[in-house]
Design a protein around this ligand. Structure first.
Ligand code: ATP
Ligand code: MG
Length: 400
């Protein structure tokens, strides 16, 4: 018996005339992603992408896991295909559904007939399939209002499909439908969550990571690449641009008042991020900042850092409590990597009493004490790129 995946898309169906564009992106992403699970055909009809194995080596279990992580898909069902003929449908129900029903006490059978030419009505199909299930599992009881499980028969254009319910997908919009943005990615908990949230809306995300070797280690960088790879499981690929801030930080430390270190560093990071965004054609920056979380995330501090760039800055975590951000990190699978104990360049030379209500004029005065333009130029020249992807190609160095 042939088992296939039915991937449903949600919001996409609202897109009217642009719908074809969204469907193409989704299909393209699924094709690239599913190569890791073997040979599949990917087609769409009636707000559903059909994923069908083309040979015995195609791993449907792995394909199911992968499809649930692709943005744009709201639910995935594993389903058995049957000919559009009631006896064939019942026979498939008797063979295919029992493993899903084992251990359950009650069930309900539903049917949907999008092909209205099919000669039997939906309630009749449901009754026939329910009867077929009971014939092989007589201990089960029918419960129409609160069943343990619902089995579904869908009569579609060319075939009928039977399944025992769908599982939630990643939701959101297909990658590539919403432009490109550059994520400032640290090794912390918040920035991978911020990147995930924007990527979910269809945005291609590149990342920039600032390191300060030897104050930060190679393990710290590897951890950031791993975080990018974990987020890429949803959006396909994240290219991580790495910039060294060692000299800039060493100069800051000896030139400026300690209480301004972090703010000055963050202004340089923002300027360098904007330059990187121009280079990789990203239209906005993304950070994991959350209002009042630390000294550099007060409203005044955010204004001081924002004032050095002109592109929009998306901060999807801005109104979230730490626990809320942690909950998302756990759900998407980045939390365990984020809490590995490696240092970040923001925690190198941290001031004991950072300014929480900085005045722009005073910050600007501090900035006259060192040649930040030359230091940023040198830092930008250190940029190199590592790909983190969900296509099995991670790690290949590449140019912009
Ligand atoms: P995270 O927010 O990722 O948990 P954090 O809470 O330690 O890290 P901060 O150090 O306050 O965050 O930094 C705030 C934001 O600045 C981060 O969310 C991230 O977007 C950016 N950022 C911090 N450090 C770096 C870095 N080394 N490289 C790139 N971006 C960084
Ligand atoms: Mg943070």
């Amino acid at each position: 018996m042939k088992e296939i995946l039915l991937c449903k898309y949600g919001e996409l169906t609202l897109k009217g005339l642009n719908r074809g564009f969204f469907e193409k992106l989704l299909e393209r992403e699924l094709k690239k992603r599913l190569r890791l699970a073997g040979n599949f055909s990917i087609t769409h009809a009636q707000s559903t992408v059909y994923v069908e194995p083309l040979d015995d080596d195609a791993d449907i279990e792995e394909a199911f896991r992968l499809c649930r992580k692709v943005f744009g898909i709201t639910a995935v069902a594993r389903a058995a295909e049957a000919e559009k003929e009631i006896e064939a449908i019942k026979q498939t129900a008797r063979v295919y559904l029992p493993p899903y029903l084992r251990g359950k006490t009650t069930f309900r059978a539903d049917a949907r007939r999008s092909d209205k030419r099919f000669p039997i009505t939906s309630p009749q199909i449901a009754a026939e399939v329910g009867g077929a299930v009971l014939s092989v599992m007589p201990g089960l009881k029918v419960d129409l209002s609160r069943p343990d499980i619902t089995v579904m028969t869908e009569i579609r254009e060319s075939k009928a499909y039977l399944h025992a319910g769908s599982f939630p997908g990643a939701g959101g919009m297909p990658t590539g439908s919403g432009g490109k943005a550059l994520l400032l990615l640290s090794g912390g908990i918040d920035s991978p969550v911020a990147g995930y949230m924007i990527a979910k809306r269809g945005v291609i995300v590149d990342a920039v990571h600032f390191e300060s070797y030897p104050y930060t280690s190679e393990q710290a960088r590897d951890k950031v690449i791993e975080l990018a790879r974990e987020v890429a499981e949803y959006c396909g690929r994240i290219r991580v641009h790495i910039i060294s801030l060692t000299k800039l930080q060493e100069t800051l430390r000896v030139s400026c008042d300690e209480e301004y270190f972090t703010l000055l560093l963050r202004r340089s990071m923002m300027r360098l991020a904007e330059r990187t965004a121009v280079l990789c054609r990203a239209q906005a920056l993304i950070t994991g900042e959350s209002l009042a979380q630390v000294a550099s995330q007060t409203m005044q501090a955010l204004c001081v850092t924002d004032s050095v760039v002109s592109c929009p800055i998306f901060r999807p975590c801005i109104g979230m409590d730490k626990e809320e951000i942690v909950a998302v990190a756990r759900r998407i699978g980045t939390f365990d990597t984020s809490i590995l104990p490696y240092e970040d360049c923001c925690t190198v030379f941290t001031p004991r009493h950072p300014k929480t209500r900085p005045e722009l004029s005073k910050v600007a005065e501090q900035e006259t004490r060192f040649d930040w333009q030359a230091l940023e130029e040198e830092a930008f020249a250190s940029l190199y790129t590592i790909d983190a992807d969900a296509y099995g190609e991670t790690g290949a160095g590449s140019s912009l």
